[in-house]
Design a protein around this ligand. Structure first.
Ligand SMILES: [Zn+2]
Length: 408
């Protein structure tokens, strides 16, 4: 792996774990480990399998043990020399491209093959050709004007495409470009990166290729009869990727894979499952509540309910649901309880001021003031002198006095 990647990057990749990553903040930034490229259990093992598969494939092609080698675990084309990128950690293709004088790398992933292009941007030993969605799309590189520099000038080919490419338009572009490359560059070996995110319905890509349209690229490259390595790549609608790569394996070996699964031992398992299906539960069923038990604690439910409220009560200032939310159990204690106690104290101060100073506040009616006066004079626990006009109570005394009245 260190033939392409830096020693320290590979060292770190093989020693870091999810438990220790937080202790290596400098390396996190340096090697670009983030949400896109997280550290997870088994990461180093995965990288070994991915890169090791490509190395073994290269060895077999070099030894002429096969004409076409496949490593669907490879094709992680965004990884850089000392940097993880776009969920790619180790770049297997870069490891094997050094074995031949002229290697053609073709990339039909929906994303630009930036890691591989960067690795060979300055050399004519490898020509990289990438067909990718372009314009406000990860990784943002792959402009048609990026053609390589120095010795590598004109050895990087970028075919930026708009979303929605279908089988016909894609194959027209693909075959014309690849034919030109084969005629002019005359490679000794080919690596075809078959990223499955260029398929229709992918969760990230916006191309419209069918499984057969995707496999046409494999078929076309195969027709040149050069030592070829097929590698995987991206693909975010799993069933489509699995189906397509299985179909393309068939294309490589000259077999048309039909839609039905061939009979194998697992059919016995399926037969057993069918026997268990009596469609009657052996235990009493309980309805799962449709709504959360405590709606106020479920933010998602609250958001949905708010939307429904707005839709159903366009002309109502406060909906019935919002009114319901204001109803509290008598024994419930909350911040509102404290607010109510504070409010009681403030009212008591106002009333006491009226008694002490004869103030009539706009918020407190005279009747209320009289009632308060009679209440305080009737209060057997109250000190008579304290309530007299001659020796008015201080605010602090009032609060203390009233707090005693409020608290149990
Ligand atoms: Zn991709």
């Amino acid at each position: 792996m260190t033939r392409f990647h830096s020693d320290e990057y590979i060292d770190f990749l093989f020693k870091v774990t999810p438990d220790t990553i937080s202790k290596h903040l400098t390396e996190q930034v340096k090697y670009n480990f983030n949400d896109d490229n997280p550290v997870w259990d088994g990461l180093s093992e995965f990288c070994s399998i991915s890169a090791g598969g490509s190395m073994e494939a290269a060895a077999r092609l070099n030894n002429r043990k096969c004409d076409i080698a496949i490593n669907w675990a490879g094709g992680l084309h965004h990884a850089k020399k000392s940097e993880a990128n776009g969920f790619c950690y180790v770049n297997g293709e870069c490891l094997l491209l050094r074995f031949h004088p002229r290697v053609l790398y073709i990339d039909i992933d929906v994303h630009h093959g930036d890691g591989v292009e960067e690795a060979f941007y300055t050399t004519d030993r490898v020509m990289t050709v990438s067909f990718h969605q372009y314009g406000d799309f990860f990784p943002g590189t792959g402009d048609i004007g990026d053609i390589g520099v120095s010795e590598g000038k004109n050895h990087s080919v970028n075919v930026p495409l708009r979303p929605g490419m279908d089988d016909v338009s894609y194959s027209r572009v693909f075959q014309r470009v690849i034919k030109g490359v084969m005629d002019w560059y005359r490679p000794d070996a080919v690596v075809l990166q078959c990223g499955g995110d260029s398929l229709s319905g992918d969760r990230l890509g916006s191309f419209n290729l069918s499984m057969r349209g995707h496999a046409n690229c494999v078929n076309y490259v195969k027709s040149f009869n050069l030592p070829t390595m097929l590698v995987g790549g991206g693909g975010y609608t799993m069933r489509n990727v699995a189906r397509t790569w299985a179909f393309e394996t068939g294309v490589v070996v000259g077999e048309e894979v039909g839609p039905d699964l061939p009979y194998d031992d697992f059919y016995g398992v399926l037969d057993n499952i069918k026997k268990t299906m009596t469609f009657s539960p052996s235990v009493q069923m309980t309805d799962v509540p449709r709504y959360p038990l405590i709606p106020a604690l479920d933010e998602e439910f609250e958001d949905i309910a708010d939307d429904e409220d707005e839709d159903e009560n366009k002309d109502v200032r406060i909906s019935p649901r919002q009114v319901d939310m204001l109803i509290e159990h008598e024994g419930e204690l909350s911040d509102d309880e404290e607010m109510s106690q504070i409010s009681n104290l403030l009212n008591a101060i106002k009333k006491r001021n009226q008694i002490n100073h004869g103030e009539v506040l706009s918020t407190v009616s005279t009747t209320e003031a009289e009632a308060a006066a009679s209440k305080t004079s009737d209060d057997p626990g109250a000190d008579g002198s304290a309530n007299s006009q001659d020796t008015p109570m201080t605010d602090a005394e009032v609060i203390f006095d009233d707090a005693q009245a409020v608290s149990p």
